[in-house]
Design a protein around this ligand. Structure first.
Ligand code: AMP
Length: 182
């Protein structure tokens, strides 16, 4: 199954992706995790991405898309994947479509985690990641509203909306039930 997970920062995409990845037997591919890994290793990609991430801004699309294309071309992603954090703009969504078309495939759906801003701010402050200070959180929410939320309309009837405000187990059960109906 080829899925995109969509939702504001702090929606619990990463937590849900880890569970869904195991249940569905497809890799969890998080652009944020890939960037953080590269920053930790001190690679040129990591060094380039760090300033943007620290400021809560989007890393330029060409850099991000190359990283995703490279990851999707690996063997374990041939039969499916959960993309977490990509696409984040309509431009990236078009580039993803083109990448998949080249492989003769397409997405099965886009899971949209629906959660209020109050809840996401609370969750982000609780997890305490390096880019989770109040100012950066505000910037990332603004970027989400301006750049990423339009993807909901862009994907139209490919959207599988899940209310993401219960417990982790409730949310993953609700998601799997909707995916079973695909
Ligand atoms: P995340 O772990 O998904 O919250 O991502 C952390 C940070 O990585 C974001 O705030 C962005 O700076 C960067 N990032 C992750 N995915 C993307 C993307 N698709 N496009 C641009 N920047 C991204």
């Amino acid at each position: 199954m080829r899925l995109v997970l969509l939702g504001p920062p702090g929606a619990g995409k990463g937590t849900q992706a880890a569970i869904l990845s195991e249940k569905l037997g497809v890799p969890h591919i998080s652009t944020g995790d890939l960037f953080r890994y590269n920053i930790g290793q001190g690679t040129p990609l990591g060094n380039e991405a760090k300033t943007y991430i620290d400021a809560g801004k989007l890393v330029p699309t060409d850099v991000t898309t190359r990283m995703v294309e490279d990851r999707l071309s690996q063997d374990d992603a041939k039969d499916g994947f959960l993309l977490d954090g990509f696409p984040r703009t309509v431009e990236q969504a078009d580039l993803l479509d083109a990448m998949l078309a080249k492989q003769g495939t397409k997405l099965n759906g886009v899971v949209q985690f629906d959660v209020s801003e109050d809840v996401v701010v609370e969750r982000m402050l609780a997890r305490g990641r390096a880019d989770d200070n109040e100012e950066t959180i505000r910037t990332r929410l603004q970027v989400y509203r301006d750049e990423t939320a339009p993807l909901i309309e862009h994907y139209g009837d490919q959207i599988i909306a899940v209310k993401a405000e219960g417990t982790v187990a409730e949310i993953s059960a609700a998601t799997l039930e909707k995916l079973n109906n695909l």
